[in-house]
Design a protein around this ligand. Structure first.
Ligand code: HEM
Length: 473
């Protein structure tokens, strides 16, 4: 098994900092290359490595591709970053692939979408703390150093909130199912753990290969600080990618009232009266888990908090026909486990799904519409302000992992034999079909409940690599 260099890996890859309930994300631009390098060197001392379990605060930092260009990185090195990262999230091709059209089109985004160079994000600074007070102190301290450090904040701070349990705004437990990474203690003895190279560059991936990553000639200035690249023809290359990964950020605004209004209407009796229990049941079928987190495939008729964190299920044997968890449910399509061809129920099918996993590290933003997150209270509440999910995921290969999940599984209305059913939670709107006997039940013309408000692709470097980036010219 590959030994992970935890002390060089940014902590966010290893853990989601669930104990640090306050978090803010700062979007920065480099205005003075030289001073920014000095600032980065200083900051690199504050970055939380994966071998520490911070109990008060944590800092992680990632670059956009324009950010690496602004740092003055050599073109031959820049060319070594993946094409997806270089191209970014907002090319016409990516917009089509990710479904970022109409209200979700980049021209409407609050950040990350504008072609205006003055608004281009270079650095994403991720600040976590045990409480709001500590978060504010740490953020104030960081911000005080920006100007002298040759960087400026180019958008208001992206704040987050912590909902009870922890849930997302539609009222469902989130962050439950994560891939296990070989080499980490949680994965010990687990057969289904995935090779580290799926989520961390510089290690072998599920194909036994090293995912494409930026390399530096050993003769380049400061290259000594970087580890030797493994698995390449030229042993004289140093690995700038090692212990880093790609970070996908999408600010996703949720229309909470619209969501519950739609499911209440879809489940109303013939006389028009609404039924909250029926609405919650339909919403759970759309997600694939009940509000507590219990998987509908294990408890199809009612929520069962005892099963809230259960992640030990597959679909084929228990629910081949989708009678418990519909084929189109959010979790059945973003991680189909053993349910897809080739040969559903087989190891081959599991392996296929495992080539498209992501590590989710998102945080909720905006005040909840109603503290209980119950449909009746949500419908009665005054709708003020915006709320949603700062969706963040980590992966070594953006196109094979995040983009594949979003495009081929979530957005495709023909996913797994369906006809007009995109993902009912994050898709562009359409039909949601519940497989049932004697006849299936389809809910048509569901609107889009989640709009994109900002985003970008980032490189979260290893800590040595961050120091190299702060020095190299
Ligand atoms: C506002 C937007 C979103 C909401 C409200 C949402 C909600 C949820 C919920 C409630 C779960 C079940 C709990 C869990 O397993 O952690 C879940 C799981 C998941 N979501 Fe999302 N999600 C959103 C966006 C996305 C996006 C953009 C993607 C990827 C493109 C995604 C991929 C996944 C995956 C891979 C799982 C785990 C499935 C499994 O392993 O069983 N989600 N989501």
């Amino acid at each position: 098994m590959q030994q992970l260099e935890l002390q060089d890996i940014q902590g966010l890859i290893i853990r989601g900092y669930g104990n640090l309930s306050a978090a803010s994300f700062l979007l920065l631009q480099i205005v003075d290359q030289k001073r920014a390098r000095t600032w980065l060197q200083k900051i690199s001392e504050q970055i939380t490595p994966g071998d520490q379990r911070p109990d008060r605060e944590s800092l992680n930092l990632a670059f956009s591709f324009p950010g690496l260009v602004a740092l003055g990185l050599d073109k031959t090195v820049l060319d070594g970053f993946s094409e997806d990262f270089q191209a970014g999230m907002v090319t016409p091709h990516k917009q089509r692939a990710l479904g970022d059209s109409e209200n979700s089109a980049p021209e409407h985004w609050a950040w990350g979408g504008a072609a205006d160079p003055a608004a281009t994000v270079h650095i994403l600074l991720m600040v976590y703390a045990i409480d709001e007070e500590r978060l504010k102190n740490l953020t104030d301290e960081l911000q005080a150093g920006f100007s002298a450090g040759g960087v400026k904040q180019i958008h208001q701070t992206l704040k987050t909130v912590r909902l009870a349990k922890p849930k997302e705004h539609f009222g469902f437990r989130d962050g439950l199912s994560q891939p296990l990474i070989e080499g980490l203690s949680k994965a010990q003895g687990v057969d289904a753990a995935l090779p580290a190279g799926e989520f961390i560059l510089g290690y072998r991936n599920a194909y036994g290969l090293f995912t494409e990553r930026p390399l530096v000639p050993a003769t380049a200035p400061y290259a000594d600080a970087l580890p030797q690249a493994e698995g390449v023809d030229d042993p004289e290359k140093r690995d700038l990618g090692k212990n880093g990964t790609y970070l996908v950020f999408r600010q996703l605004e949720q229309d909470v009232k619209g969501f519950w209004d739609s499911v209440l209407q879809a489940t109303a009796s013939q006389d028009g009266s609404k039924n909250s229990q029926a609405a919650i049941r339909l919403a759970a079928k759309m997600v694939g888990r009940w509000p507590s987190g219990a998987p509908v495939t294990l408890t199809p008729e009612r929520d069962d908090p005892e099963l809230a964190e259960d992640n030990s299920f597959n679909y084929h044997q228990n629910d081949e026909q989708g009678l418990k968890c519909p084929f189109g449910a959010h979790i059945r399509r973003t991680h189909p486990r053993d349910s897809l061809d080739p040969d559903p129920g087989s190891q081959k099918s599991l392996d296929f799904a495992d080539r498209h996993r992501i590590l989710r590290r998102g945080r909720v933003y905006g005040e909840p519409l109603a503290p209980s997150l119950q449909p009746e209270e949500i419908m009665a509440a005054e709708d003020q302000g915006e709320r949603g999910l700062h969706f963040i995921c980590l992966n070594a290969n953006i196109s094979r992992q995040f983009e594949f999940v979003q495009q081929t599984w979530a957005n495709d209305p023909r996913f797994n034999g369906l006809y007009a059913d995109p993902d009912p939670i994050i898709g562009p709107g359409g039909t949601f079909t519940q497989q049932a006997r004697p006849v299936r039940k389809a809910h048509h013309q569901l609107p889009r409940f989640v709009q994109v408000r900002g985003g970008g692709y980032f490189f979260l470097p290893g800590i040595r690599a961050l120091r190299y980036l702060a020095q190299a010219e």
